[in-house]
Design a protein around this ligand. Structure first.
Ligand SMILES: [Zn+2]
Length: 132
């Protein structure tokens, strides 16, 4: 089973590799929590700090690591756009006009997004029932 320490390491790695231009201006923690079917993760404020939350079912090794990586990258895009982060807010709404997808494409996640879409359609519904 993956743990929160695993998530912290992935967060540092993805931030360093794919978001080197995004300054880290506060404490950013990351944990597994919740078992929503339609939500892989979210980002929230905790006072002055930020917390990224990933679906608890992703602790299982059956879930490919790229799903976790992509979810972390998705939340980092929100951080970069100023949602639940001290950075200036670039847009009015976090998912306005496909901005997250576009930003992820720009940062090199185009192929992974396609894989995720496919995985979501073919594997996740079944896996969800097995894992929950
Ligand atoms: Zn989002």
């Amino acid at each position: 089973m993956r743990d929160n320490y695993f998530l912290q390491k992935r967060l540092v790695q993805i931030w360093t590799e794919f978001f080197p231009d995004v300054p880290k201006l506060n404490e950013v923690s990351i944990i597994f929590k919740g078992k929503a079917k339609w939500k892989f993760g979210h980002i929230e404020s905790q006072g002055k700090n930020t917390r990224i939350v990933l679906n608890r079912l992703f602790r299982s090794q059956i879930v490919p690591q790229y799903i976790i990586d992509l979810t972390i990258a998705h939340e980092l895009v929100h951080y970069a756009h100023g949602f639940h982060s001290p950075l200036p807010k670039k847009y009015k709404y976090p998912h306005q006009g496909g901005i997250v997808k576009k930003e992820l494409n720009k940062r090199g996640f185009k192929e992974l997004q396609k894989l995720e879409h496919k995985w979501f359609k073919t594997e996740w519904t079944h896996l969800y029932d097995v894992l929950r």
